[in-house]
Design a protein around this ligand. Structure first.
Ligand SMILES: Nc1ncnc2c1ncn2[C@@H]1O[C@H](COP(=O)(O)OP(=O)(O)OP(=O)(O)O)[C@@H](O)[C@H]1O
Length: 257
């Protein structure tokens, strides 16, 4: 892939994988094992949600798989590239060219229009914009009439859809979304989740999302459950009710934040 996508027919079935990764923070009495030999395969063209009690290691897993944080042991791959062991320069390039990010805070540039925000990473990277792809993305976010608006002129849900479009614009190998609906009311959250799901179903994207919300998780094809830094369960074809039941099984305060 010279332009970061789309994945060709020979692309591996796994968009990203972690192979027995461990990560601890602090030392001595303050040492916390955030991830304990976690192995995960994220299938290409699938929408995966990661759930678990507060402090179970969800964000750490996401950050380690996206090359935002290092692991103590184990290996991480994005497509056929081993992330663990890349130097800073290659890591930056990998994140820029092959990974999309959506965070709880929308992180849009307030002085730029929606369209300028969407194309900003490509402009910074000096990459040509694939107009046909961009058109598809814009139609899917349903904001064609508002492309000239600045973030302050858009609702929270619309801003997050712009942030999703920005992540999709470069056709990344995988999109990591960390609590993408955490700042949204349920209706705006549903818009964003529908968009993420459509990007998977209709555009073949791969999305992995950390969430506390069983309804959000129900949009995914598969839910992975973490507890105490370990992968303890998974649920294909989730419903909000089934996810809620499973989360209750952890029997911990603050499980549903
Ligand atoms: N930078 C850090 N320094 C020290 N400890 C950390 C750091 N980041 C995470 N931890 C600890 O590692 C464990 C896992 O944290 P992590 O943020 O991955 O959990 P989480 O499941 O995403 O939690 P939450 O749902 O509350 O966001 C926690 O015990 C946390 O306190």
């Amino acid at each position: 892939m010279t332009n970061g996508g789309p994945p060709g027919p020979a692309a591996p079935a796994t968009a990203a994988r972690a192979d027995r990764i461990s990560k601890a923070y602090g030392r001595g009495d303050a040492r916390v094992v955030a991830l304990d030999e976690v192995s995960v395969s994220l299938e290409r063209g699938h929408f995966t949600a990661v759930m678990g009690p507060s402090g179970s290691g969800k964000s750490t897993l996401m950050h380690c798989m996206a090359g935002l944080d290092s692991v103590d042991s184990g290996r991480v791959f994005v497509a056929d590239v081993e992330v663990t062991g890349l130097d800073d320069k290659r890591l930056t390039r990998l994140r820029r060219d092959r990974i999309g990010f959506v965070f709880q805070a929308f992180n849009l540039v307030p002085t730029l229009t929606a369209l300028e925000n969407i194309t900003l990473p490509l402009d910074i990277a000096g990459r040509a914009v694939d107009r046909a792809w961009l058109d598809t993305v814009i139609d899917t976010i349903g904001l064609r009439q508002r492309l000239g608006h600045r973030p302050s002129e858009l609702s929270g849900g619309q801003q997050q859809r712009v942030a999703c479009a920005r992540a999709l614009a470069s056709r990344p190998e995988i999109i990591f979304a960390d609590e993408p609906t955490g700042n949204l009311d349920s209706r705006s959250g549903a818009e964003v989740l529908a968009f993420l799901r459509n990007s998977v179903r209709e555009m073949g994207q791969t999305v992995v999302m950390v969430t506390h919300d069983p309804v959000a998780a129900s949009y995914a094809d598969l839910v992975l459950f973490l507890a105490d830094g370990r992968l303890v369960d998974q649920m294909p074809d989730p419903t909000a009710e089934k996810v809620l039941e499973r989360m209750k099984g952890f029997d911990l305060p603050g499980v549903i934040a």
